[in-house]
Design a protein around this ligand. Structure first.
Ligand SMILES: NC(=O)c1ccc[n+]([C@@H]2O[C@H](COP(=O)([O-])OP(=O)(O)OC[C@H]3O[C@@H](n4cnc5c(N)ncnc54)[C@H](O)[C@@H]3O)[C@@H](O)[C@H]2O)c1
Length: 419
């Protein structure tokens, strides 16, 4: 391949649903060049390419990997990231992966080995750790404002209407229709890891089952459970309680207790940060309670213009910095897998009387050995003896009449999917 003159980092984006926002940011960021995008949906792909001169469109991911790229952003289906990441690393590309990092524990083992063998940067794109108030909590924690970690709660609750549910997952086996309720756990967990710097070591999972009284479940293709709670023991002996799923109030909320105080974002004004100290822990001249709307301490103006409370800007920024400097990002392969595996292990726990399960260290080959080739999966494509159903209630049936009705609505709502 001819030597390039430009020092720009050339990025390809795989999947232009959520991925379109990464592509737009890459196109706008100094020192970064959006070179290629890939999506199997021809019409939106062609529209994207037409409005971004110089960007090449691919429907075949392997073909995009032959393009002159430094890095790939994976925003393809949530449960198909690990094989795509391994292909990119083997093709010599740096990788940023959307949530979740992998579908099975076996894939996690393969992925960490592929990253180590490649010497390339791998970043897990956890934007919820990079919102203004979660970054501010990390800043306060690192200054010792609330002392050492004792307990945390991380809640990501995201109910949707029937139409939104169908539009987001318009085919019967789309991952959003079957992914177990514990799996999408990293939006709840990542801020806690980012703030405290601690790693999870043990999980217990609890599942609130599939709910026939919730229309986004009963009137759609949805076959997995309503919500989940994961209890996580952290490496210093403290605990975190994670909640996520489709309960009927949309919010993100994080609370951290240290041995000298507590901090949380407001339940009613999510961007407001509340910091509390008991009178005996108060600093001289300071009040017990402080409430404020934190601003980003770096890149404020750029971050304010991006999605997910500014978190989306930092995803690309941290990735590009890591590539340029060779210093791994905070959410490197090890932390990415440690978070993502909580969902798989917690589902196993929920199906086994909520038993406690050790979280392996992805640095330790001995701890990973039992998971080599582990293909335990709820993906309908992997169904067979020994495989779990996506719901703790078993196989949730969807009658033909309902399926026909949903298929009709999906065609109306998503003309861009050619259903
Ligand atoms: N961090 C966040 O805040 C956030 C928000 C939304 C989505 N996500 C993540 O982004 C990812 C994508 O989600 P989404 O909302 O765009 O929905 P999605 O998963 O339905 O979209 C994936 C896109 O990838 C394309 N694609 C999938 N397989 C392909 C293949 N083999 N070849 C070519 N194209 C293929 C699809 O056509 C589609 O456009 C998921 O991993 C999801 O978890 C993250």
């Amino acid at each position: 391949m001819a030597r390039r003159k430009s020092k720009n980092i050339r990025v390809g984006v795989y999947g232009i649903g959520r991925g379109a926002s990464f592509a737009e940011q890459a196109a706008a960021m100094e020192g970064v060049e959006l070179a290629a995008v890939c999506d199997q949906r021809e019409r939106p792909l062609q529209e994207f390419v037409r409005s971004h001169p110089g960007v090449t469109g691919y429907t075949d991911y392997r073909k995009m990997l032959e393009h002159d790229l430094d890095a790939v952003v994976l925003a393809n289906y949530c449960t198909e990231h690990a094989p795509a990441a391994i292909l990119a690393l083997q093709a010599g590309k740096h990788v940023q992966s959307e949530s979740i990092a992998m579908k099975t524990m076996g894939e996690a083992v393969d992925l960490v080995r592929a990253v180590e063998a490649s010497g390339k940067t791998y970043m897990y794109a956890e934007n919820y750790a990079y919102m203004n108030f979660t970054q501010e909590m990390a800043y306060l924690y690192q200054r010792g404002e609330i002392g050492e970690f004792r307990y945390a709660e991380g809640e990501y609750v995201h109910p949707v209407s029937v139409d939104t549910k169908i539009a987001l997952s318009p085919t019967f086996d789309h991952w959003r229709n079957w992914i177990p309720a514990t799996y999408y756990c990293t939006h709840s967990m990542s801020p806690i890891m980012y703030i405290t710097g601690l790693r999870p070591v043990k999980v217990n999972g609890f599942v609130i089952p599939y709910d026939p009284k919730t229309p986004a479940y009963s009137e759609t293709y949805q076959r997995s459970d309503l919500a989940s709670i994961i209890m996580v023991q952290m490496e210093n002996g403290g605990y975190a309680k994670l909640l996520f799923g489709s309960l009927e109030k949309h919010y993100v909320w994080y609370r951290i207790y240290g041995h000298k105080g507590e901090m949380e974002n407001s339940r009613t004004d999510g961007g407001q940060l509340l910091v509390h100290r008991e009178p005996w822990n108060e600093k001289p001249g300071e009040p017990n309670d402080v409430a404020y709307h934190p601003e980003f301490r770096r890149f404020h103006d750029l971050a304010e213009r991006s999605g997910h409370g500014g978190g989306d800007f930092f995803m690309l920024h941290e990735f590009i910095e890591a590539i340029r400097t060779g210093v791994p990002p905070y959410f490197d392969i090890y932390r990415g897998l440690q978070m993502s595996c909580l969902g798989i292990l917690a589902y196993k726990s929920a199906l086994n009387n909520n038993m406690a399960i050790d979280v392996p260290s992805f640095h330790d080959q001995k701890e990973l050995a039992p998971y080599e080739g582990d293909n335990w999966s709820c993906d309908p494509a992997d169904a067979g003896p020994g495989q779990p159903w996506p719901s703790v209630l078993g196989d949730i049936k969807k009658p033909k009449k309902l399926r026909d009705k949903v298929a009709k609505r999906a065609r109306e709502l998503r003309p861009d999917w050619d259903l």
